[in-house]
Design a protein around this ligand. Sequence first.
Ligand SMILES: Nc1ncnc2c1ncn2[C@@H]1O[C@H](COP(=O)(O)OP(=O)(O)O)[C@@H](O)[C@H]1O
Ligand SMILES: [Mg+2]
Length: 405
Amino acid sequence: MLVKINGSAVYGVEALPITIEVNWISSSGKDPMIVGLPDNAVKESLQRIESTFKTNGYDMPRTKVVVNLAPADIKKSGTAFDLPIALGILGASEQFENAEILSQYVVMGELSLDGEVRPIKGSLPIAIQARKLGFKGLIVPALNAREAGMVNNLNVYGVNHIKEVIEFFENGETGLEPTVVNTREEFFHSQYNFEIDFADVKGQENIKRALEIAAAGGHNAILIGPPGAGKTMLAKRLPTILPPLTLQEALETTKIHSVAGKLPENATLISRRPFRSPHHTISDVALVGGGGIPQPGEISLAHNGVLFLDELPEFKRTVLEVMRQPMEERRVTISRAKVAIDFPASFMLIASMNPCPCGFHNHPDRECTCPPGTVQKYLNKISGPLLDRIDLHVEVTPVPFSQLS
Ligand SMILES: Nc1ncnc2c1ncn2[C@@H]1O[C@H](COP(=O)(O)OP(=O)(O)O)[C@@H](O)[C@H]1O
Ligand SMILES: [Mg+2]
């Protein structure tokens, strides 16, 4: 029999509807096959499904069964199609009653070898898409249920095991409780919960003032000063004085984190501005985004928040240069042969650096030991066009010990 079930493929920060069609074709044949441009992770799903069937008392049909992921000309990747393909194969081989009802649901999830349902990436955009198309419900891994449950007017069911899904459909869609999240209340509740505070910084009044100006106007800033002056400490506290996220901004930022699989377990809406602080060994792709099926990079994860580049001259020059255009356009477009994907990247850049390799150039009480010329050479590591995009250059001098204690 022919069974249709709905899934979603995430491109950029949007989800595209994918129909998973499974048909039993003839009794001659060997193993089911998947068509519709699946990548290796999707093809491997048959191995996980076979093991799931074996441990749960079902049979992998040894007849000709075709799984088609439509539209067939878009590349499908990842492991999240395991669950819908498994249900489709059970339906097509008539080991599952009521398989027609599957076409009214969107189902996504990765399977483990014993049928447990593992978390997936991008369940928020998938839920948004499912509501838009008016599906009866969405079934996702339990760990992603709260993330998807933020979308109202859609029944979201979180599941831990494939058995729960099968029983839900066989018992006339009963036995699972929809996940309801009061997004607004949780959002406004945790908006100001910071572990750190600007008041921890003693003295440094002029630098605090500079950062207040940066925060008010969304300006980029660079902190230049010797080690131990408190540059990192000051930068980390910047998100605490930024204006609170609006719901709209929070949704955009959460979508990006959802697609990148960077939301913590059981998370809902991100309620505070992100603070991203990548290490200076980061690659171009990790910073701006990319990959075969493009994934967001650090600049997009910092969307609506702060990107902090500590020790700026240590970053590879090429890495800093690729950031220049997105800084202007506040978004990054990643083009591949068939698709061009846009990720929002509206962030505030805060950088820090030592004034010279030894770090003590211009220090009030210590001598700089760098040979002549090295100070200029050190500063030259950062290109003019990048420095030009940083509005505030702030010199940080350490607060004397007597004032700290
Ligand atoms: N103004 C200050 N008020 C309170 N603590 C400070 C201050 N300046 C420096 N410190 C302390 O010194 C530590 C080192 O500062 P850090 O931010 O790492 O310096 P930098 O990044 O400039 O090398 C901080 O973690 C903090 O404990
Ligand atoms: Mg530091």
